[in-house]
Design a binder for this molecule. Structure first.
Ligand SMILES: [Zn+2]
Length: 159
């Protein structure tokens, strides 16, 4: 059946062309100052002009509490709470009796979005004054107020 073979022959090249068009064009990172192509986008400074580079490739979530600053990197889940066995930052909260031993978890996903989840705390986790239902994941934005219990308030910094 020659007509069928003819159609297949014309389909194959167009599939190949579409595959080429889908190749990403944005993998090269340029220095915002001198526009040199950066071989290592995560570098702290530009190899050509030596100016410090904005760390867009590595977002970091910070939460400033009166008793300390928490820093969370992409992929890291940080449990907030008063029990050193549950939370690596327990010393930030030991003085607050109304914070639960395992209070909430904050993390930063690979797209750079920050999240918080209440872990069934006794006195609640609040974002900008709104209490989160237990176990619900809520996004955190730069400037948000993250509160544990009645009066332990941290400011979210995301960049
Ligand atoms: Zn440069």
């Amino acid at each position: 059946m020659p007509p069928t073979h003819g159609r297949e022959a014309t389909l194959l090249p167009s599939d190949a062309a579409m595959g080429q068009q889908q190749q990403p064009q944005s993998t090269a990172f340029m220095c915002p100052y001198c526009e040199a192509v950066l071989t290592n986008p995560g570098a702290a400074q530009c190899d050509s002009c030596l100016r410090p580079l904005p760390q867009r490739g590595t977002p970091v979530l910070r939460v400033h509490f009166p008793t300390g600053e928490l820093k969370i990197s992409v992929g890291q889940h940080l449990v907030l709470g008063r029990d050193a066995g549950q939370s690596p930052v327990a010393q930030t909260f030991t003085q607050y009796d109304n914070v639960s031993r395992r209070h909430s978890t904050v993390w930063l996903d690979p797209s750079g979005t920050a999240w918080v989840r209440d872990e069934g705390s006794t006195n609640g986790t609040f974002v900008n004054g709104e209490r989160l239902p237990r176990g619900v994941e809520a996004p955190l934005r730069d400037g948000d107020q993250l509160r544990l219990a009645a009066d332990v308030t941290g400011t979210v910094q995301l960049n």
